[in-house]
Design a protein around this ligand. Structure first.
Ligand code: HPA
Length: 279
């Protein structure tokens, strides 16, 4: 417990030694979001392997660095590449960067991810704003002794994703002429994709999209008192009666296509953020 606190402190101190800014927003860039990182007015770029206690990314399509700077004038720290449970990390490791973002001053977490579309109304490359989630990970990042300095023992999840930020996303998308859906994200451990029977089950449970990330990060952000906003990009259609084998190049192509929409939407949302998301 003491150890986690100290590790967060050391990681934040290192980042502060490289960047004098105070982030308002922590951004986790999922697959296909490279274009967004390029829009950040960079003040520092820090490889994960330089940051004390940061795990290392093992997924080739993820770069593995922190981009610090401003996006449309909003101070931001962005993770280019995230850590997944299926890579073998514990959920404490997966969510460690969120703790560090909070320690640096971020009051809001913006998570993005590639996800399978369960709701038959969804199309490839659609953007879905996360309005709720179902956690099917076999563990919680908060399991174990609670450090009250980091957050409460039993954080409330009655509104995990900020309604205000969801509405802001919808109104901004409308202004930009972008189609954005709203839905429930179910988080599975992976790395395998699901069977037809599992997709049927996930639909019955009330999920609209399925993926292997974001929920642990969101839980930790909420524990730490941050507002959370999440966007999924639909990279494959999970229709049990018309299921086709997924091809990774196709998933990446759809992620890039949806990523172009998010590269327009996210800067515009940040520009329109209310003065303080915590007020
Ligand atoms: N299932 C789980 N995770 C995913 C999927 C999927 O179909 N597509 C992208 N990430």
């Amino acid at each position: 417990m003491l150890e986690l606190w100290n590790q967060i402190d050391e990681a934040a101190a290192y980042i502060r030694s490289q960047w004098s800014g105070t982030p308002r927003v922590g951004l986790i860039l999922g697959t296909g979001l490279g274009g967004l990182a390029e829009q950040i007015v960079q003040e520092a770029c820090i490889d994960y392997d330089k940051v004390p206690h940061f795990p290392r990314s093992t997924v080739e399509s993820h770069a593995g660095r922190l981009v610090c700077g401003t996006l449309r004038g909003v101070p931001i720290v962005a993770m280019e590449g995230r850590f997944h449970y299926y890579e073998g990390y514990s959920l404490k490791q997966v969510t460690f960067p969120v703790r560090v973002m909070r320690a640096l001053g971020a009051e809001m977490l913006l998570v993005t991810n590639a996800a399978g579309g369960i709701n038959p109304q969804l199309d490839l490359a659609d953007v879905v704003v996360m309005e709720d989630h179902i956690n099917l990970m076999p563990d919680s990042p908060l399991r174990g002794v609670n450090d009250d300095r980091l957050g409460p023992r039993w954080p409330d999840l009655c509104e995990p994703y900020s309604r205000e930020l969801i509405e802001l996303s919808r109104s901004t998308a409308l202004e930009l002429g972008l189609h954005v859906a709203k839905g429930v994200y179910v988080c599975v451990p992976g790395p395998n994709l699901e069977t037809r029977a599992e997709y049927r089950m996930l639909k019955l449970l009330g999920a609209d999209v399925v993926g292997m990330s974001s929920v642990p990060e969101a839980i930790v952000a909420i524990h730490a008192g941050m507002k959370v906003l999440g966007y999924s990009i639909v990279t494959d259609l999970c229709l049990p009666d018309h299921l086709e084998p997924v091809e990774v190049p196709k998933i990446l192509a759809n992620a890039a296509k949806g990523g172009e929409k998010l590269a327009k939407l996210i800067p515009a949302v940040l520009e329109r953020l209310p003065r303080s998301t915590n007020s």
